[in-house]
Design a protein around this ligand. Sequence first.
Ligand SMILES: [Zn+2]
Length: 315
Amino acid sequence: MKLGLDVHIHGPVDRAAFVSFEGVQRTFARWFGFSRVRMTASSVTLDLSGDSRAQNASFGTFFSGGVDSFYTALENSTADTLILVQGFDIDLSDGRLWEETVVSSRRVAEKLDRRLIEVKTNVRDLAEWCSLDWGRVYHGAAIAFVAHMISGLHTVAIAGSYQESVRQAWGTHPELDSYWSTSALRFIHDGADVSRPQKVARISSDSVAMNTLRVCYQNPNGSYNCGQCEKCIRTVVNLAVVGALGRCATLPSELDYAEVSALNLARGGRIFAQENIAEMLRSRRIDIRLSQALGWALVRSYVRAVARRTPFVNP
Ligand SMILES: [Zn+2]
C-alpha cells in the first residue's frame, strides 16, 4: 500500500484473509492516506484452518516483558502460550540483551504455567526498506506475520498501547487488529479498556512481573532497563502514582522529580503524562511535586511542538 503496488499470491489463499485484508486497506487508507491496492491469488479457498482446529490448539499472547504485554498475559488466564520475539524491540545484533530477556521470560513462563515460544525475525527490515514507521504503522502487521508463521494457534491477543478513548492512529489498535484474522487464526486487541496507570496497578501486585519487568527501548550497553530514558522514567512515575514505587526490582526505587520535569515528550508521552495526572486526581493520592513536574514537562513539550510548526522559530 505504501508503494501503491498490486499483489498477486502464487498459491491458495484463505477467503477470510481476503475479506479481512480489505479492512486493513480501508483503515490504513483513512489513517495514513495509503493507496488501495488489488490483491489476487491463484485460488481462493473457503478454509485453510488446518491444525488450529485441533483440540490442543493454543491461545497465544505476544510477550516483551513490558507493562502492556504483562497485563495482557495476566488478564488472559486461558492463554497458554507466550511469544517472545527478537527483531522487534530487541535488535537481532543484541545477543546479550536477548539472552537476558530469554532467561527472565522463561522464568515468567514457568511461574505463569505457560509455554514460551522464542522467535527471531528480520521482518522489521521491510519496514525500514519501505520507510514505514514501526510504531505508528507497521508493528501490528509484523506481529500478525509472526503469529501466522506459528502452527497450532487458534487465537492471539495483541496487547494495546493506548486506551480506546485516546484517538491515536497506531500499528496495533482496537479498530485494526481483528483484520489480521483468517479462518485459522483469530486476533483480538486487548487492554484498551484501561489506562497505563491502571495496567501498572494490576501488574504491581504480581511478584514475577515486579522481578522481571522490562520497559527500556534504549538499552545502552545492552542494559535491561537503563532507568534514565523516557520509557523507564514514565514507568517509575506510573509505579509512584499507583502507590507501588520501590516494588519493581528492575527499575529505580525513587522518583527524580527533576528528571520528570525535564522529559521531552512526544505525543504518546504527553498522553501518558496526562493519564498519570488524571489517575492521581481519580485516586485522590496526589503528589504535588510530581504533578508540577509532569505539568512542566507537558508545557515545555507543547511549546516545542508548536514551535516546530511555526516558521522562523528554532525550537
Ligand atoms: Zn530506559
